[in-house]
Design a protein around this ligand. Structure first.
Ligand code: CA
Length: 236
């Protein structure tokens, strides 16, 4: 069965070009031109990937991503005309998995789409494997910080934390290598994947978000410490 890609783009010529090129790659494609239709189509289709333009009529791409992220784990690749670091960070924060700044080449777009779908498949397979092999409620405990591997839930002082999927994966990866110095590049490769097109600042941004959620004083972290000239180490 073909993987389903939902294209959300209000500019008709770009919407057509995206649809044409994705269909040529063998994907089942549906295209919509505004945020409201995007939410409706995403809920109906349960796509494998959403290409989401940022500036949209009715409801913008940020809001669409924010709403969908609460409902589904579908990969979201955001398209934006603004090459602005703040947009990137906000986009990642609302739950986009990757970013592409206009103008982009179709070759680059297809490469990113393939990379995201490959990651989705790998994660799905891994989830299935974990589901089979991990006994019920296997947990990692670090004082009042508890990672429930079965439910993919993290609690601090018995309060559940709202972690984005990448934050969870990053925390789990760090926790599984407690006490070891992990370089940004190594973390990027292992948590984001070798084909992730980004840089190690992505790791720093996610570490910052994690610290805000799990450290009692995120300015003076004691759980995830920075190793000078290297990377990060999880102390527990
Ligand atoms: Ca637009």
């Amino acid at each position: 069965m073909s993987e389903i890609v939902l294209v959300v783009e209000d500019e008709p010529s770009l919407q057509d070009t995206l649809t044409y090129n994705l269909k040529k790659e063998g994907y089942a494609v549906e295209a919509v031109g505004d945020g409201r239709s995007a939410l409706e189509a995403a809920r109906r289709l349960k796509p494998d990937l959403i290409l989401l333009d940022l500036m949209l009529p009715e409801i913008d791409g940020f809001e669409v991503a924010r709403v969908l992220r609460k409902e589904m784990t579908t990969a979201i690749l955001m398209l934006t005309a603004r090459d602005d670091e703040i947009d990137r960070v906000v986009g990642l924060e609302v739950g986009a998995d990757d970013y592409l700044t206009k103008p982009f080449s179709m070759r680059e777009l297809i490469a990113r789409v393939k990379a995201q779908l490959r990651r989705t498949r790998m994660l799905r397979e891994e989830m299935e494997k974990i589901g089979e092999s991990v006994p019920a409620h296997e947990t990692l405990k670090f004082g009042n910080l508890v990672i429930d591997l079965t439910r993919r839930e993290v609690t601090l002082k018995n309060q559940p934390l709202q972690l984005k999927p990448k934050e969870y994966e990053l925390l789990l990866f760090l926790a599984e290598h407690r006490g070891q110095m992990l370089s940004r590049e190594f973390i990027l490769e292992r948590v984001w994947g070798w084909d992730f097109i980004g840089d190690s600042r992505t790791v720093d941004v996610h570490v910052r978000w994690l610290r805000q959620k799990i450290e009692s004083d995120s300015a003076n972290p004691t759980r995830i410490v920075t190793v000078r000239g290297g990377g990060y180490r999880f102390e527990g």
